[in-house]
Design a protein around this ligand. Structure first.
Ligand code: HEC
Ligand code: HEC
Ligand code: HEC
Ligand code: HEC
Ligand code: HEC
Ligand code: HEC
Ligand code: HEC
Ligand code: HEC
Ligand code: HEC
Ligand code: HEC
Ligand code: HEC
Length: 403
């Protein structure tokens, strides 16, 4: 090799040495990327001294929402290996301050019981909420909350009822899990996600006075009807004795109102509050057919009063206002006329002023009953006395014969 050639080689080697040296310096200065950490942590058998797995699935992590982050964006303080003796726990709140703040003031505030991962799942496989792999994708939310709010879930230890199985059997749970209906209500739709509060808290979406708006977010037409009626007016005035959606439908065991299970149960639900009207209704043919005969098509409270837009009789828009009775009864009684609707669906046999005919019939029937019972009672007593006397007489006669 001549001198010129040797110079070229040494220059080239020198440049390469410089370039490689610079790269090494830069690499050492840069925070370690996922690949560097995964060189060790992609070993599926890797565990710590307690046998806790230290394996991180690089592929899953890469496809997750945080795939673009470096490992130590979360694991702050780890610069390489060996790791520091004390490692700070991962602080999601550094990048998600709003969610962390909302959680801190919710029922799930206790960070040890409720780390972010208790709802978002594997810390290295977090996906956007619109991704079907996400633990908070609408179809997956009930199961995520249900880990703790199901049978033997940890919420039971705090005295809370098991909600998950009831919800899954409800119309919303069925629509979500069986029909994959994304717009059906999941836990989050009614409770929210991070700022969940007890239903006793006036700020809660499940606080009684806020329930119509919570359900109304999806059932908008029904909310409007409800607000137009007597119950809605009462609630708007702060009268907690009036019903909201969940008083009639429940929160977690909602069924289709056309189901016989609902039609058979709801009359007593109206009756829980309207005790007097319930008791008069129970005496009528409509009720007897339903309760004794199990007949579903008979008239229930809401077939005459409507379910949501209920109004006082005096309101011209009430379906039981005299102006609308023929149409209201006519839904089921074809050919109902003015004389037919004179029939009183709340006839009260104890009310002489309102239903004199019925009152006297009841009085007469009661008198009849009492006199018949008295007659038979007397008859029986006399009969016993007579048979006892006859027995004594017979015994005396037998004794005489013996002697
Ligand atoms: C040379 C192999 C190696 C590399 C590279 C490595 N680790 Fe580790 N890592 C270990 C071993 C071994 C342990 C278990 C014992 C320990 O802490 O030394 C561990 C433990 C951990 C733990 C668990 C600590 C705990 O809670 O028990 C975390 C988190 C961690 N590493 C993160 C990282 C991150 C982030 C990187 C990249 C910046 C990284 N590791 C790079 C070998 C490595
Ligand atoms: C979005 C934040 C985040 C990122 C990014 C992240 N981790 Fe983690 N990692 C966590 C959380 C949270 C835990 C659970 C322990 C904790 O809370 O400190 C954890 C735990 C670990 C553990 C302990 C074993 C375990 O699974 O409990 C290891 C090892 C680890 N991470 C390595 C890595 C490596 C390697 C990377 C990069 C490929 C990485 N982490 C990226 C949040 C993250
Ligand atoms: C009690 C369960 C629960 C806990 C605990 C929880 N989340 Fe969530 N998170 C959810 C649900 C459910 C959603 C989906 C909300 C939706 O569909 O609008 C969500 C959504 C998110 C989103 C997306 C927000 C958006 O509107 O796009 C982020 C970011 C998030 N959570 C971060 C966190 C962080 C950080 C923590 C811990 C401080 C945390 N979460 C704790 C249940 C939870
Ligand atoms: C270094 C910052 C950083 C840290 C720390 C971090 N994240 Fe994220 N996170 C992001 C970025 C960036 C995105 C994607 C952009 C976005 O949608 O906000 C994201 C997205 C998310 C989403 C998806 C939001 C959606 O669109 O549905 C969830 C859920 C989430 N992070 C939860 C967590 C949890 C839980 C932790 C702690 C284990 C955590 N993050 C830690 C930066 C971070
Ligand atoms: C890691 C377990 C866990 C998960 C996951 C969880 N919860 Fe909870 N939840 C609890 C515990 C425990 C309490 C009781 C907190 C207390 O009283 O200190 C609670 C309380 C509640 C309450 C308040 C009940 C009351 O009236 O006092 C509601 C509502 C609730 N959770 C709904 C949800 C919803 C909705 C989800 C899913 C988005 C969810 N939870 C996820 C454990 C969990
Ligand atoms: C359609 C709306 C709705 C859905 C869906 C829903 N909830 Fe509720 N939840 C409520 C209302 C309203 C209350 C308030 C109490 C009541 O009316 O029974 C409540 C109460 C609770 C309570 C407190 C129970 C108590 O008696 O203190 C917990 C816990 C709870 N819900 C968890 C869940 C979980 C977990 C899911 C999903 C599996 C869920 N909820 C789905 C509306 C809903
Ligand atoms: C996130 C939207 C959403 C919220 C919030 C919601 N629902 Fe629903 N609800 C639906 C959808 C969608 C259906 C239809 C399911 C089907 O037909 O399969 C439904 C069905 C029903 C049904 C059965 C009606 C029928 O014709 O089948 C009743 C009753 C009901 N919801 C009551 C409530 C009550 C009460 C609340 C509040 C405590 C509520 N819903 C909150 C979306 C919602
Ligand atoms: C006073 C009791 C009561 C209240 C309060 C109530 N409902 Fe109803 N709801 C009923 C009855 C009864 C039916 C059945 C009506 C029928 O079969 O004609 C019904 C029917 C429904 C249906 C089925 C569709 C329909 O129009 O028949 C939905 C959905 C519904 N209610 C949602 C709600 C929501 C949302 C609220 C609160 C804004 C609410 N309900 C308040 C008693 C009530
Ligand atoms: C939780 C208790 C409760 C339930 C359940 C309930 N109501 Fe009411 N209802 C009330 C209260 C309280 C008022 C009075 C509102 C006011 O002050 O004007 C009222 C008013 C009415 C009115 C107007 C007449 C009047 O006296 O002002 C009718 C009609 C009515 N309810 C029918 C029904 C029907 C039909 C059902 C079942 C579908 C039902 N209610 C369920 C409490 C209830
Ligand atoms: C067959 C139709 C029909 C059925 C079924 C029916 N009602 Fe009535 N209801 C009426 C009529 C008509 C009136 C008006 C006459 C009256 O005041 O008795 C009325 C009056 C009422 C009133 C008084 C309204 C006011 O302005 O003072 C209430 C409250 C009431 N009903 C509740 C109920 C309840 C609760 C049920 C079920 C247990 C029920 N009704 C079943 C037809 C019916
Ligand atoms: C939801 C349907 C329905 C509504 C609304 C209804 N009924 Fe009925 N009613 C029935 C059924 C079913 C029977 C039993 C079968 C039959 O006789 O037609 C019955 C029976 C009767 C009977 C006794 C039997 C007969 O036919 O003479 C009278 C009286 C009666 N209804 C009056 C009324 C009056 C008045 C109204 C309006 C205030 C009314 N009904 C509204 C379904 C209804």
């Amino acid at each position: 090799m001549n001198r010129a050639a040797r110079r070229v080689v040494s220059l080239t080697v020198g440049r390469w040495t410089f370039a490689i040296g610079l790269l090494l310096v830069l690499l050492a200065a840069w925070p370690l990327g996922a690949q560097e950490c995964l060189a060790c942590h992609s070993d599926a058998t890797m565990t710590d001294a307690n046998g806790h797995s230290l394996f991180v699935d690089g592929q899953k992590f890469g496809s997750s929402i945080h795939g673009g982050l470096k490992c130590n964006d979360c694991h702050a303080g780890i610069k390489g290996y060996p790791h520091p003796d004390k490692m700070a726990p991962v602080a999601c709140k550094n990048c998600h301050a709003d969610e962390a703040e909302a959680l801190k003031t919710s029922v799930h505030a206790d960070g040890r019981e409720h780390p972010c991962t208790s709802c978002h799942g594997d810390a290295h496989a977090i996906y956007p909420k619109t991704d079907p792999r996400s633990a908070v994708y609408p179809l997956n939310v009930p199961k995520t909350c249900g880990q703790c709010h199901g049978v033997n879930g940890m919420a039971g230890k705090h005295g809370l009822p098991s909600v998950y199985p009831n919800y899954m059997d409800s119309i919303h749970g069925f629509a979500l899990s069986q029909e994959g209906l994304l717009v059906a209500a999941n836990c989050q739709s009614c409770h929210g996600s991070h700022h969940i509060l007890s239903h006793n808290d006036p700020q809660s979406s499940t606080y009684k006075m806020n329930v119509p708006a919570t359900c109304g977010a999806c059932h908008a037409k029904i909310e409007t009807d409800f607000e137009a009626g007597a119950h809605g007016h009462a609630i708007a005035k702060g009268n907690g004795k009036a019903p909201v959606c969940t008083d009639c439908h429940t929160a977690h065991t909602i069924v289709q109102p056309t189901e016989s299970k609902f039609r058979m149960q709801s009359t007593p639900i109206c009756g829980n509050c309207h005790k007097d009207k319930f008791s008069t209704y129970r005496d009528t043919f409509h009720s007897q057919l339903g309760f004794l005969g199990g007949y579903v098509e008979t008239a229930r409270c809401w077939d005459c009063h409507r379910a949501h837009d209920v109004r006082p009789t005096s309101d011209p828009d009430s379906p039981v206002n005299p102006a609308h009775l023929i149409a209201t009864c006519g839904q089921c009684h074809a050919g109902a006329n003015a004389s037919f609707v004179k029939y009183d669906p709340h006839a009260n046999a104890h009310d002489r002023k309102r239903n004199p005919g019925l009152y006297y019939v009841r009085l007469f029937m009661n008198l009849l009953l009492v006199s018949v019972l008295t007659f038979f009672l007397l008859h029986t007593i006399l009969w016993i006395i007579r048979s006892r006397l006859r027995q004594l007489k017979n015994r005396a006669a037998k004794g005489e014969n013996h002697d």
